[in-house]
Design a protein around this ligand. Structure first.
Ligand SMILES: Nc1ncnc2c1ncn2[C@@H]1O[C@H](COP(=O)(O)OP(=O)(O)OP(=O)(O)O)[C@@H](O)[C@H]1O
Length: 367
C-alpha cells in the first residue's frame, strides 16, 4: 500500500511532505515539539490540515485546499494506531478487544474470534485471551494492543512510541515482535530511539520545527548524518566544513587531507564506501561533513599532531557521565574517555586540552 502525504497546519508551523512505498516502514524522529504527533494525528484523522492531500493506495485520506475540503472519517481510512499505552477496553477480554476491529467492520462473530485468536497466537499472547486488561502486565497489554491493531487489517499501521512506556526488561521482546510483524507492512513509527529506527525502519524522516530536515535510508542517515540532531541520534560528532585543495577544513580549524581518510574497509565508511570518493570529487568550496565517533577522539595535555592525526587545542565546555565513561565536550567535539584519564589529566570544565583523532577514523562526505 503506497502513501503520498503533503500537509500544512498553519497554527503549528507544520509543513511536511513525504511518500511511503508499499511495504515500507518509516521511522519519524525529531526533538520535542518537532511535529511527530501532528503527523500521526493528520494521518489517523484526529487533526485536519490547513491545506494538503494524502492518499493511501487510492483512498483519499484528506484533500484540503482553497476550493475543496475532503476529510475521510478515521474509521474509513484503513489506518490503525498503536499508541504508547495499550488503551484496551477495560471491560472486554483480550480476545474481545482484538475481535473488536473485525466485528466493527461487519465480520461475523465466529470469524472475528478466529481472527483474533490467530493474531493473539502470532504475538505470543494466546494464553491471555480470556483475561481483562486489568489483569495484564504492561508488556502483555502492549502485545494484545499489537494484535488488536493488526486484526483490523490496516493498510497503514501507525506506531506512536510503542515501546516507551515499557520496562527495559520487556521492551526488547516487543521490539523483536514488531520487527517480525512489520516485515512487508506499510508502517510509520514515531520514536526517540535510534535503535528502534535501525531495527524496525527502512527509512528515516527527521523533523524539526514542523519541517523535514533530514531523510533517507536508515543506514545512510545513521552513518552519514547531515544535521546536529541526526548526528546526536547516530552517536557521532559532526563537524561541518568545506572541500579545500587538500581535503577538508572546518571553520574552527580542523583540517584533514582526503588522501588518508576512511579507506573503504574502515569502521564508519564500511557501510558507505562511496563516501570518500564523493567527497574527493566535490569541487573546492563545496560543503562537506566530517563524522567521527566520540570514542575515537583522544585527549591529552600536549599537542599530539603526527602524520595521519588531526589535533587541536580546545577548552572543555562540559563534562558528563556516560555509563562507564566520561563524555567531555570541547572545541565542538565530544570525546569519551575513562574516568581514570579525567582524574589523571585533571579535566574540569574550563581545562585546556588537546583533542585528536586519526584521519582514517573520520568519515568525510558531502553535506
Ligand atoms: N493541541 C495542540 N494545540 C496547539 N498546538 C499544539 C498542540 N499540540 C502540539 N502543538 C504544537 O504543535 C507543534 C508540534 O507538536 P507535536 O506534538 O506534533 O510535536 P512532537 O514532535 O510530537 O513532540 P514530542 O516529542 O514532545 O511528543 C509544537 O509547536 C506544539 O507546541
Amino acid at each position: 500500500m503506497s502513501l503520498t502525504f503533503t500537509a500544512t497546519l498553519a497554527d503549528r508551523g507544520f509543513d511536511v511532505a513525504f511518500d511511503l512505498a508499499p511495504g515500507e516502514t518509516l521511522a519519524v524522529l525529531g526533538p520535542n515539539g518537532a511535529g511527530k504527533s501532528t503527523l500521526l494525528g493528520l494521518l489517523a484523522g484526529l487533526l485536519a490540515p490547513t491545506a494538503g492531500r494524502a492518499e493511501l493506495d487510492g483512498t483519499v485520506l484528506f484533500d484540503v485546499g482553497p476550493d475543496r475540503r475532503t476529510l475521510t472519517e478515521p474509521r474509513h481510512r484503513g489506518v490503525s494506531l498503536l499508541a504508547q499505552e495499550a488503551l484496551l477496553f477495560p471491560h472486554l477480554t483480550a480476545l474481545e478487544n482484538v475481535a473488536f476491529g473485525p466485528r466493527s467492520r461487519g465480520v461475523d462473530r465466529g470469524t472475528a474470534r478466529a481472527t483474533a485468536l490467530s493474531w493473539l497466537d502470532r504475538v505470543g499472547a494466546a494464553d491471555l485471551a480470556g483475561r481483562r486488561p486489568g489483569h495484564l502486565s504492561g508488556g502483555q497489554a502492549q502485545r494484545v494492543a499489537v494484535a488488536r491493531a493488526l486484526a483490523a487489517d490496516p493498510s497503514l499501521l501507525l506506531l506512536d512510541e510503542p515501546l516507551s512506556a515499557l520496562d527495559v526488561t520487556v521492551a526488547p521482546a516487543l521490539r523483536t515482535l514488531l520487527r517480525d510483524v512489520l516485515v512487508d507492512r506499510s508502517a510509520i513509527i514515531v520514536t526517540h530511539d535510534p535503535l528502534d529506527a535501525f531495527l524496525l525502519a527502512d527509512r528515516v524522516l527527521i523533523l524539526d520545527g514542523g519541517t523535514v530536515v533530514e531523510s533517507g535510508a536508515t543506514a545512510s542517515v545513521l552513518t552519514r548524518p547531515v544535521t546536529a540532531f541526526g548526528a546526536h541520534l547516530a552517536g557521532l560528532n559532526l563537524v561541518p566544513g568545506v572541500r579545500t585543495a587538500d581535503g577538508f577544513a572546518s571553520a574552527d580549524g580542523w583540517t584533514v587531507p582526503l588522501t588518508d581518510t576512511a579507506p573503504e574497509d574502515m569502521s564508519l565508511a564500511h557501510s558507505a564506501p562511496e563516501n570518500s570518493s564523493l567527497a574527493h570529487s566535490a569541487p573546492e568550496g563545496a560543503s562537506l561533513a566530517l563524522a567521527v565517533r566520540p570514542g575515537l577522539v583522544t585527549v591529552s595535555r600536549s599537542d599530539t599532531t603526527t602524520q595521519g592525526t588531526a589535533c587541536r587545542a580546545a577548552e572543555v565546555d562540559d563534562v558528563e557521565h556516560r555509563g562507564d565513561l566520561v563524555r567531555l565536550h570541547a572545541g565542538g567535539l565530544a570525546a569519551d574517555v575513562a574516568p581514570s584519564d579525567v582524574v589523571a589529566l585533571g579535566i574540569v570544565p574550563g581545562s585546556r586540552l588537546f583533542l585528536a583523532f586519526r584521519h582514517e577514523d573520520a568519515s568525510i562526505y558531502p553535506l
